[in-house]
Write a protein that binds this ligand. Sequence first.
Ligand code: CAA
Length: 386
Amino acid sequence: MKIGIDKIGFAAPGYVLDLADLALARQVDPNKYKLGLLQSQMAVAPITQDIVTLGAQAAQAILTNEDKAQIDMIIVGTESSIDQSKAAAVFIHGLLGINPFARSIEIKEACYGATAGLVLAKSHIAQSPNSKVLVIASDIAKYGIASAGEPTQGAGAVAMLVTADPAIMVLHDDNVCQTRDIMDFWRPNEDKYPRVDGRFSTVQYTDCLTTTFAEYQKRTGKKLADFAAMCLHIPFSKQGLKGLQAIGKEDEATLDRLTARFHEAIVYNKLVGNIYTGSIFLSLLSLLENSQALKAGDDILFYSYGSGAVCELFSGRLVEGYQNQLDNNRLESLNQRTPLTVEDYEALFFEEIQVDETGKAINIPTDEADFALIDIQDHKRIYRKK
Ligand code: CAA
């Protein structure tokens, strides 16, 4: 049975900060962000937007009523969860009006969680070919004002519908994972922002890739030259490029070809920033919507990396007519976001929902987005769908 990605959607909050402005404010050469990190802008979320609203928005963009009736599992991968117990998928299930007889869960392992969701979705469809699984990667990446990670921040969600006989990509059965118990990026319960050993994390990202790729080649017999493109986890675009170069350095012609595709695969990531679990899938979306070089039958290699660390290499094949499932106006929508000054961004960064002694929110602003957090009552988050 062929199983894979039938539809893919994306949502980002409506605010954006230009990294040239951030560089100026931080007294850093703008080329450090533009060329050193290969990033141009970052998406910024107000307090009325979170992983639930962004995830619901990304899914709403692709689902029909028929899909909603057939979905029997929703998996949200995230590392910026809004509740220690209740899964974001349950809120999204309610907001979207999904079939009540569905399973709704949240998966956590840093930026890797949604890849685990995709694997689980595939196994589920193998057992229930008529059902559909909604996999959502939704995150808000915040490192801290003037921190090393600040220019790599971002916010957004990618939603994928996983089905039998998919219209975009069939996933192969060639997955190879690796787990390493390391502390390169983590967020203790008492901390608002992650702790990160930045340099160590970049070394681990690449070392996990080279060692897992060696194992992947041994098990599958596939070479880099067999792939039309590669999508990697993009914490910032330069990191992905370095990963590709690390495994491609012995085949210059293939590396040149895959580097051209790589630049098409980071068009959106450069404008959105790191969206943790969704970054690799945003890169896929960017590749599919910005490359003229791909065709049905092409194989794409994926490298998913979540600090801590778990990584996975896997691949998929583009299906005839995949172009019909895409959105050709995405760049236009990204360009319509409201630009922020650094002062505005800093104000939004520090904004926090305050609750009174009864657990009621006292400072939630109005948000005109299709999905928004509109209140907290008795410590319960209340969302609105337009
Ligand atoms: N012009 C051009 N390039 C410049 C420049 C200038 N004026 N100034 C500096 N650069 C280049 C540097 O040479 C460097 O490039 P190379 O790595 O290719 O040499 C690049 O800009 C970045 O400079 P630094 O390494 O000095 O930057 P930094 O130390 O201030 O920050 C970082 C880098 C530590 C990775 C930081 O961005 C960070 O902490 N990020 C968060 C952690 C992260 O993303 N880790 C990635 C792997 S972990 C993961 O993938 C999971 C996840 O999502 C978090």
